[in-house]
Design a protein around this ligand. Sequence first.
Ligand code: SAH
Length: 253
Amino acid sequence: MTANLSQTTLSGFVSLVGAGPGDPDLLTVKGYRVIQQAEVVVYDRLVSPDILALANESAEMIYVGKKLDYHCVPQDQINQILVEKANEGKRVVRLKGGDSFIFGRGGEELEELAEHGIRFEVVPGITAAAGATAYAGIPLTHRDHAQSVQFITGHVQKDGREIEWQSLAQSNNTLVFYMGLKQSGYITEKLLETGLDAEISCAIIENGTRREQRVFTGPLKDLPNMAKEAVSPALIVVGSVTSLHDKLNWFSS
Ligand code: SAH
């Protein structure tokens, strides 16, 4: 492991770091190191306080978190903060929940940095689909259940582009919906319409990998009712792998 100390003191540098889904121990060693070295940390809502506490006492901590339907700081302003701080010659960490390239707008932020000629690196994180299912004892693939897995945004209508539902509805495909809680009625309707069995097993994992994690399981037809019980952040997992939760559930607080 080598630190880019000499390079980064000469000009600004941005590390785009995925903080993982919640349990602070799921941060990568590289993420840990760059957070400790950061002069500025620009962070989102889903980043655990234990991870923020790793930053140097003198680091400038800038919160730009967003909630669904409520954007604290607009995206172009976040981009501007990153560009400004890097242009001041600072070592900046842009810290996001999960992995920055999975429904995290990491690509958009890097495009902006690239356009301004700012150097950057990407430190991957454990995305919620991997972390939350691992802690729920739900293997995303399994030879007896699923030969493929898809990550889908449930934030469907607002994004404008409709999901290709037909390509999702196969019994040996695990579906993981991010940001799907509010849209669970619509998601269920579409999956049933395109031919998924109403009895196929599904799960909602709330606060995955955190002490307060809760897992709800049931048939697809009951998903909208299950969703009424759950709070954000939560993932919806559809597929027969979710039936393994009862047998493989190992994590309890
Ligand atoms: N970049 C992140 C995803 C950001 S979108 C990643 O790679 O994980 C935010 C959505 O992620 C939430 O609405 C929820 O669906 C999911 N999510 C994030 N953290 C979660 C957690 N600890 N448990 C369950 N779902 C989570």
